[in-house]
Write a protein that binds this ligand. Sequence first.
Ligand code: MEV
Length: 315
Amino acid sequence: MTFAPGKVILLGEHAVVYGHPALAGALGDGVDVEVVPGEGRLRVPAWDVAVLPGEGATALSLAWAAICEAVSRVPGYARPAVDLVARFGVPTGSGLGSSAALSVAAARALGEAGGVSLGELALLEIAMAAETVFHGKPSGIDHAVAARGGFGLFTRAAGLSPLPGGPRVPLVIGHTGRARDTRGRVARVAELASERPGETAAHFAAIEALVRRAAAALLEEDLATVGAAMNDNQEHLAALEVSCPEIDRMCDLARAAGALGAKLTGGGGGGCVIALAPGREEAVQAAWTAAGFRSFTTVVGGRDAAPAIRAEARA
Ligand code: MEV
């Protein structure tokens, strides 16, 4: 059995694809992968699918092919007669890193079944190959969090650096009811970056400043500043055309119910909204429930936020 956590991007999605920093952390839940005797299939019982690498040319089978191919190049690997069975503990297609968690947990499980233990660099490279199938042009943030756990600042150049002090961020996470569209939204931002380079670069620079302000505020436990940065980040994301009417509505409802900050998380176009509402969590959830949106509460970060270690404990 292997496990990899889902993730929440607190601030900085999309700009992170262009080299800017983002703040992200692991969720307590993610994807469990079990190894069973078989012929090399990746099975997802919840979706009623069991694919061989590349079979039917679906995103799942092509990502599975990328994982199998990359793991097979690791010295000492001997192809095992197994299937992998994946079970999701986070909602899929919602911007919470389920595909990256699947890629990381599946690569680890396949490596272990084939007699090799993948180092972090190998794991990140393999997960990148799979995430490229799922998302087109990933920054690597989702699978860095899935592989490492914890909470920190991520850049393409430096990877994930844990924030000192292990700040804890209580969040309400609500679902728009619409699937997130990471691939489509990343492609739209790329179009904007080439059509209107100056304007897009200004949004990215402003988002970077918000990420840095929020990271500094977290060290001081100044959640009001973090919330304000989230609200401003959402404005820039809307201007980059990655929001949608449901996200806008959920952000308005959360703020009216007392949230310090609310924004989309992940690719956008649907998926999830996060609200920072210390002491007002129930009010935010009640407002969302009344409007037909499902939600849950979680805490990201903290000194014990190392779900990657849970993988070893469970194995
Ligand atoms: C997706 O979780 C986050 C994006 O920034 C894309 C990426 O970083 O690969 C939208």
